[in-house]
Write a protein of this length. Structure first.
Length: 298
């Protein structure tokens, strides 16, 4: 059975935007869509049945799921949609869902009117520990914002797709990251912008122009060598390689401007606690307004 694209709902605008983004992504990939809501109710269903403090949030969660499923079914009648209320705490529920998903889609900074499904530390912890790609979506994201404006400058879903941008470190593992990014660009028939931030090591003091040029040239060669096998594997994808001088966390936010999707790597954490995502991913999550896909790697 194919793994679904999973979207977490919590009643927020961000969660609904994530569900719509997930629906479009599921269609692009030819996969089913799974909508989930985690409800922190009492574990004993029979004992909880008569308690208003349990029945009310349960009813609200079901209404959130039903409304989203109905809306998406009307917009995308060809899409297979399953909606389920998960009787677990949000954090464990999200990680379980990610384990069986092609990718997990969450609203970015969704505070949530029903249980805070992706609020604050829960979302960040999920991103930090999930073994599958996680996409974070802002409330303002629409089908039109994935595309370039039309000839009059107005939003349109009929124009070419905005490019996919991927941030790479030529000195680290990039296979999973580049495969996801190239596949995303191929599905969208969009250009792929491969972005690398380089800088002169502090231990080398203040280099002259010639030394700085040699460092940049070496970074260019390494980036080309890194990308070349993926160009051959995805020949239909137009690729632009770009280099920017500076620390990655500082320059990649600006470098990703205008992209329809930003893809960034995240090193897997094997610790049971903590929600650290690394400085680059952290900066991009908080300062990039477009969807950000975080792809785990060892």
């Amino acid at each position: 059975m194919p793994k679904p694209v999973v979207a977490g709902l919590d009643g927020s605008r961000e969660g609904l935007a994530a569900a719509h983004w997930a629906a479009r992504e599921a269609l692009r990939r030819g996969l089913p869509l799974r909508l989930v809501h985690a409800w922190e109710g009492l574990p004993d269903r029979d004992a909880a049945a008569g308690l208003p403090e349990v029945r009310v949030p349960q009813f609200q969660a079901r209404r959130v799921l039903r409304a989203a499923a109905d809306q998406l079914s009307e917009l995308y009648p060809q899409l297979q949609i399953v909606a389920e209320q998960v009787r677990k705490q949000p954090g464990p529920a999200l990680l379980d869902e990610a384990e069986h998903a092609e990718l997990l889609v969450l609203g970015s900074q969704g505070l949530g009117s029903v249980g805070g499904f992706v609020a604050g530390s829960v979302a960040m912890s999920t991103v930090a520990h999930a073994d599958r790609p996680v996409v974070l979506v802002r409330a303002e994201e629409t089908a039109e914002s994935e595309h370039l404006p039309d000839g009059t400058g107005k939003p349109s879903a009929r124009t070419p797709a905005r490019d996919v941008a991927v941030a790479v470190d030529v000195g680290g593992p990039c296979d999973a990251l580049l495969e996801f990014a190239f596949r995303a660009a191929e599905l969208r028939r969009a250009p792929l912008r491969v972005v690398h931030a380089w800088h002169v090591p502090l231990t080398e003091g203040l280099p002259d122009a010639g030394h700085r040029a040699r460092i940049r040239q070496e970074a260019e060669r390494e980036l080309t060598a890194l990308v070349e096998p993926w160009r051959r594997k995805f020949p239909s994808v137009f690729v632009e390689e770009t280099l920017h001088e500076g620390r990655p966390a500082h320059v990649l936010v600006r470098a990703a401007a205008g992209a329809g999707l930003l893809v960034v790597g995240r090193r897997r954490r094997h610790a049971a606690v903590g929600s650290h995502t690394g400085p680059v991913a952290h900066a991009l999550i908080h300062h990039v307004s477009r969807p950000v896909a975080l792809v785990p790697h060892d």
